[in-house]
Structure formats: structure tokens, C-alpha cells
Design a protein around this ligand. Structure first.
Ligand code: UD1
Length: 432
């Protein structure tokens, strides 16, 4: 298994181009199951994208630009950023356990399969380390739209004689739930209204993409989205939005060690909550319409933070902000409101010298710590990014193990960090 070996304390300078968003690319790729064809640009070269293309291939979606046969390999060199997809054979409707278990976002095939092929069989995703993560809201919404759903032998079986629009009021603004319903509603008969919809920019990107294909959607980016069903979608050429979590991760890196780090290919609004938090901790930044430059904070100040649905501070940035809080002057606190068990990285950061206590959903960070390099284990995608940042600021050598987690969601992070001046290399675990 791959690990990252990091020698901490080296300043970061220069510019880094932010990749296309994983969480926007995945639903857009799954929407290929709605039929027709399209070309997608700025697709990040990530493990989760490869898994998606492999699953889509099994469901009869052809693509050019990637080689899904290689998708299960540990790593491979990047492919062209632009991928053309078109619907081929439409007889398959199953997303098997082996793929769903490696990527929960596979449930995003449910909505489009039901809408287009009227049948879907999708392995029920299990719990994961950060929480139980049920998909009950997705399933209830499809039932309201006219699907019959049963669960047997770990699989969701869903079928319909044709989905019909209706009002769906979500108990919580679930991100992939909103996306799944949105995709189903695009080809459903009549009008669907999603109340308490997720407002995340990735949901908006999916909606804009679908509108570019001729879907009738309004209210995207707000808590009420209206979709009027259409018979078919047109083809289009679309570019995925930037990855705001990758951007946020590099901004925290800049706040820790930057001597003028410029992140490029970004917009201010989707990362405003991250920039606000860094400002509260003492960082100053300069923005242009497509870049942000940030310097290391000489003495970061402790602060308090709650993770929230967008436009609040993203749960996907919580692990990355902790190293900055650990070295800050004064205490900080973090309340995690989105997932129930998202502090698995804290034990590892404490082994590096941080002083963080967890009480239920709250982490209290003492601050003023000097981090020291250690061998640590990544437990999930964003936790791994937090450990990499901790390693960058730590004294001495850190080995972050199980970085396959990070490869699911960060495009060549070690190469991008190295280009900024970090001492980081990919090695085999336990390699001398
Ligand atoms: C998406 C993102 C993930 C991010 C999360 C929150 C993708 C591929 N993943 O995940 O990176 O961390 O949003 O911003 O875009 N819930 C239920 N029942 C449901 C659905 C959700 O109880 O039917 C709960 C979940 O367990 C969780 C909360 O709602 O506690 C938020 O989950 P949700 O917004 O659905 O997250 P994901 O879409 O899975």
C-alpha cells in the first residue's frame, strides 16, 4: 500500500491549479444514465471517478477519454480531462456490491436508472467510518414519485411504471439525496418541487449542466428547486466547477506555511465560509475573479466553528482545519453537526502532539502545540488530508499510511504540494 512520507517545516510558495470538483463530477457522470450523450471537461483524475466510469460501463454507458478496464488499479497516469459519454445498451440496471462498497456515491445511479430504464437494483451502501449514512430520504422520495421499492439480500430493488412529479419535502438537506431526486425528476412526468433542498454548489453545478442539456429547472442554489419533466435531454459540452474542498485544503496549507501561495481556477463565493474562518484566525488574502493568494499567518488565533450544510462551513474541511487550530494561540472548538463520527483523525493528530479532546460531537483544541512527525494512519478521505497538512507543519518526518483514501478525492496532491516546495513523496508502506 502507498504512504506519503513528509518532512515538515518547509515553506510553500508559488501557484497551484485547482482541479475539477469530485462531488460535482460524480453526479454529472451518473446523469449519463438519463440517456443521450455529452462531453464533460475538467474531470479530475481520481479513484472515485474511475470507479464511476467502471460502474457506468457495466450499465451500458460508453466513454472516451478513460480506460475503465484499468479503473481498479491502484494508480495510473492521468487521462485527458475531457470525457465524452454516450448511452449504449440500456438493458442493465444493477449496481453491484463490489463497486458500491468502495464508493457510496454509487447510489447516484438510482434516480437516473429509475427515470430512464424504470428499474434499478443497487447494493445498499453500508455504514462507514464517519457515520451510519442511511439513504432513507432518497428512497422515500422515489416512492412518492411512484417507485416500488423493496430491500432483499442487501440490495435495493426499485421499479416504476413511470415516475411522476410531486412535492418532496426533505427532513434534512441531503446533498446526494437532492441530486438523485433532481436527476429522477428531469425525466418524470409533471412538476417536482424539492423543499429543503441542499444548496451546495455541486448541486447547482449538476442543475446547470442539466439545464444546458434542455432540462427545465429553477431555484437551484436555493432551498426550493422546481423541476418540470421533459421527454429527453440534448447533448452538450460542459466544464465541471472547481473543487472547493481541494481549494480549501491548499488554503489551509498556505495559512500554515505559505509565503504567498496562489490558488488558481477558483471563485470566491463557494469557498467564502472557508476564507471567513481563515480570516477569523488572522489570515489575509487577496482575490482576483479566478485566484486567491494567501500568506501564512504568523500567529494564528484560536476560533470556534460549527460544520453546517452550505453556505455554512463544510464538514469536508473539518479535519484539515484542525492542524491550524492545534498550533494557534488560544483554544478553539469545533462542533460537527453533519456526521456523527467524524473525528477519527483526532487520535492520530494527538499522537503528533496536538491537544484535542472530543466530547460527543464537539472537539476542544487546546492550541499552542508544536506538532512532531510520526507514523499515522489515514482513516477516510478528508481525515487523510488533515494528516498530510499536520505532517507539513510538524517537526521531522511523518508517514501518512493508507493514502488510497486520499487518492479517492485529491488529484496528485503530493505532486501539487511538492511543486509548491513541500517535501513529500509517495512510498510503499514500511519501505526503508
Ligand atoms: C455529500 C458529499 C460528502 C459531504 C456530504 C455533506 C458527495 C459524493 N458526497 O455526501 O463529501 O461530506 O455531502 O456535505 O457529494 N442522511 C440521512 N438519510 C438520507 C441521507 C442523508 O439520514 O437519506 C444524513 C447522513 O447520514 C448525514 C447527513 O444526512 O448525517 C448529511 O448527509 P448527505 O448530505 O446525504 O451527505 P452525502 O450526500 O452522503
Amino acid at each position: 500500500m502507498d504512504a506519503f512520507r513528509i518532512v515538515g517545516g518547509h515553506p510553500l510558495r508559488g501557484s497551484v491549479r485547482i482541479s475539477g470538483s469530485k462531488n460535482a463530477a460524480l453526479p454529472i457522470l451518473f446523469s449519463s444514465l438519463l440517456g443521450g450523450s455529452f462531453t464533460l471537461g475538467r474531470v479530475p483524475c481520481l479513484r472515485d471517478v474511475k470507479t464511476t466510469l467502471l460502474l457506468l460501463e457495466q450499465l451500458g454507458i460508453k466513454n472516451s477519454g478513460c480506460h475503465p478496464a484499468k479503473a481498479s488499479e491502484e494508480r495510473e497516469d492521468r487521462w485527458s480531462e475531457s470525457i465524452a459519454l454516450h448511452e449504449g445498451d440500456t438493458s442493465a440496471f444493477e449496481a453491484p456490491y463490489d463497486l458500491v462498497r468502495t464508493m457510496r456515491a454509487s447510489v447516484l445511479c438510482l434516480g437516473p436508472l429509475l427515470a430512464r430504464r424504470r428499474r434499478a437494483r443497487v447494493s445498499l451502501p453500508g455504514g462507514c467510518l464517519i457515520g451510519a449514512r442511511p439513504i432513507d430520504m432518497h428512497l422515500k422520495a422515489f416512492e412518492r414519485m411512484g417507485a416500488r421499492i423493496t430491500i432483499h439480500h442487501g440490495y435495493i430493488d426499485a421499479e416504476t411504471d413511470g415516475l411522476e412529479g410531486c412535492e418532496i419535502s426533505l427532513p434534512y438537506p441531503t446533498v446526494t439525496g437532492t441530486e438523485n431526486i433532481l436527476m429522477a425528476a428531469v425525466l418524470a412526468k409533471g412538476t417536482t418541487t424539492i423543499v429543503n433542498a441542499a444548496e451546495e454548489p455541486e448541486v447547482t453545478d449538476l442543475a446547470r449542466f442539466l439545464v444546458a442539456r434542455g432540462a427545465k429547472i429553477s431555484g437551484e442554489g436555493s432551498s426550493t428547486i422546481r423541476i418540470e419533466g421533459v421527454d429527453r435531454l440534448d447533448s452538450t459540452d460542459y466544464t465541471v466547477m472547481f473543487d472547493r474542498i481541494e481549494a480549501g485544503t491548499f488554503l489551509v496549507g498556505a495559512a500554515l506555511l505559505g509565503q504567498g501561495v496562489r490558488i488558481e481556477g477558483v471563485e470566491h463565493a463557494p469557498i467564502a465560509s472557508i476564507l471567513d474562518l481563515l480570516s477569523a484566525m488572522g489570515a489575509e488574502h487577496e482575490s482576483t475573479p479566478s485566484s486567491i493568494t494567501l500568506e501564512a499567518i504568523r500567529r494564528p488565533r484560536g476560533t470556534s466553528l460549527r460544520t453546517l450544510p452550505y453556505p455554512g462551513f463544510p464538514t469536508d474541511m473539518q479535519a484539515q482545519i484542525l492542524p491550524l487550530m492545534a498550533i494557534a494561540e488560544g483554544p478553539s472548538s469545533v462542533v460537527e453537526t453533519v456526521f456523527e463520527n467524524r473525528f477519527t483523525h483526532v487520535m492520530e493528530m494527538n499522537r503528533m502532539g496536538a491537544n484535542i479532546e472530543i466530547h460527543g460531537s464537539q472537539a476542544t483544541v487546546r492550541g499552542g502545540s508544536r506538532l512532531e512527525g510520526a507514523a499515522v494512519m489515514a482513516s477516510d478521505l478528508r481525515a487523510s488530508a488533515g494528516l498530510v497538512l499536520a505532517g507539513l507543519i510538524a517537526e521531522g518526518e511523518t508517514e501518512v499510511r493508507r493514502v488510497y483514501h486520499i487518492d479517492r478525492g485529491y488529484e496528485a496532491i503530493e505532486k501539487k504540494l511538492e511543486a509548491l516546495g513541500a517535501r513529500i513523496k509517495r512510498v510503499q508502506e514500511d519501505q526503508p
